[in-house]
Design a protein around this ligand. Structure first.
Ligand SMILES: [Zn+2]
Length: 437
């Protein structure tokens, strides 16, 4: 019934943005099984997903009805659901695998908490009929789960909730725990995380928030912080973090990931994510090949924070030298940045850090009053006034301070497959430039 109401409201408030008329219902039942149901108001032949970072839905999503199948079209990197006989349908129900799985350049759909709670990524479920038009930006979602705390947009609901998803989606907490509210965050921190790690979360994150607020302006909201841990049964371990508009999330998986806590790398990990919060427009850049801008700047800012907040003054220099090496290694076989980064998204971090260092160095050398913090603030202002989130907008205003070769190379890098990024990164002598802070 509720999805009919959503359809009605949507057709009224957003007739253009909302054309696909698909309602998404995510349910967890008493047996701890997670399912998603898509209900469509008109028969369709194919349901496609807004984002397909890899083919893991094919492996991890199982239609309840054997007449349905999840397909992966390699050519378009597109996952979809159809009936095996090709006939149209108006509803499909799928059983999900609710374990942590890292996805390339995308947030994990499920980050389990060790007490049975779950952090879901709503964007993983965004789907359209046949094709997702560029201007589609309204996805009705509902969650039904026997829990007292379902947190959507910072509000707590019990047992069920419905809302209209937009942009990249958000993280939604579903569980028993009530969030803790303090001056910096509304947070949920997994009880299984070791005390040393919890101490870092409680001490480092507020300090970083204060540092970036001082440099880049305070946030006009209090972000949510989710820190979770899940065991693995195949020996996998690691950690991954992310930010989505007003949320920051950190997940550790596998016992090995929490056995030994390395203060230096934990601090860098936290700084990188907190820096994203202060970048304000999230990582939503129009051209995916330009993601080096946000990732490189977050890496650079993590280095500045390490020096200023954790007193680790040599770390940034070391990271820049290593980053150039990794950047070159990644481009050696495939000198087109656009092509290379498609299969190696770490290049955005490594090559991005090198580029942001070049920019910051050029700015500081010429004018001691101007640095990456000011530049980012002016970038934010330009985006607020309607300019596209792009490298071109970022370079607006600082272009006179940079060499034309640098500006030209940064522009070509993510726009032309002909550009030899390997040769360009080889010309940069980072070792002589990394001591300007
Ligand atoms: Zn990042």
């Amino acid at each position: 019934m509720f999805y009919r109401i959503i359809f009605f409201i949507l057709s009224f408030i957003s007739p253009i943005l909302y054309a696909s008329e698909i309602a998404t219902i995510i349910e967890k039942n008493q047996e701890s099984t997670w399912r998603v149901t898509y209900k469509i108001n008109k028969p369709i032949k194919k349901l496609v997903f807004k984002r397909t970072p890899d083919n893991s839905r094919v492996k991890r999503w199982k239609p309840d009805n054997p007449h349905y199948v999840i397909n992966f079209d390699k050519h378009n990197s597109q996952e979809s659901i159809t009936r095996k006989d090709g006939r149209p349908f108006t509803e499909v129900k799928i059983k999900l695998t609710p374990t942590y799985t890292p996805l390339p350049k995308e947030y994990a759909p499920f980050s389990p908490f060790s007490d049975g709670g779950m952090l879901l990524h709503s964007g993983r479920f965004f789907a359209c009929a046949s094709t997702c038009a560029d201007n589609t930006n309204a996805w009705p979602i509902a969650i039904k789960a026997p829990f007292n705390h379902i947190i959507v947009d910072g509000k707590v609901y019990k047992n069920n909730v419905q809302w209209i998803g937009k942009d990249s989606g958000q993280k939604v907490y579903v569980g028993h725990e009530a969030p803790i509210e303090d001056a910096h965050f509304v947070s949920l921190i997994d009880g299984r995380l070791p005390p040393t790690l919890k101490k870092h979360i409680e001490k480092d994150l507020p300090k970083l928030m204060d540092f970036f607020a001082d440099k880049m302006g305070t946030l006009d909201y209090r972000p949510a912080l989710f820190a979770s841990f899940s065991e693995t049964n195949d020996g996998r371990y690691g950690h991954q973090g992310g930010t989505l508009s007003d949320q920051i999330f950190l997940h550790w998986y596998g016992e090995k990931a929490i056995e030994k806590v390395n203060s230096e790398s934990i601090f860098w990990f936290f700084s990188h994510e907190v820096a994203h919060l202060y970048q304000k427009q999230g990582s939503d850049i129009e051209n995916p090949s330009e993601a080096w801008l946000h990732e490189g700047a977050a890496e650079f800012l993590a280095g500045v924070a390490s020096a200023n907040v954790a007193n680790n003054t040599s770390l940034l220099s070391e990271k820049i030298v290593t980053a150039q090496r990794h950047c070159l290694e990644g481009l050696k076989q495939e000198p087109s940045y656009i092509r290379a980064v498609k299969s190696n998204s770490r290049l955005h971090y490594n090559c991005g850090l090198v580029l942001i260092n070049e920019i910051n160095h050029a700015l500081v050398k010429e004018n001691k009053q101007l640095d990456i913090f000011d530049t980012w603030q002016s970038f934010n202002q330009q985006i607020e006034s309607g300019k596209p989130a792009s490298v071109a907008t970022f370079l607006n205003g600082i272009q006179p301070h940079l060499s034309s070769e640098l500006v030209n190379s940064m522009t070509q890098l993510s726009q032309s497959t002909e550009f030899d990024a390997y040769a360009f990164f080889q010309t940069l002598n980072v070792a002589s430039k990394d001591k300007t802070l």
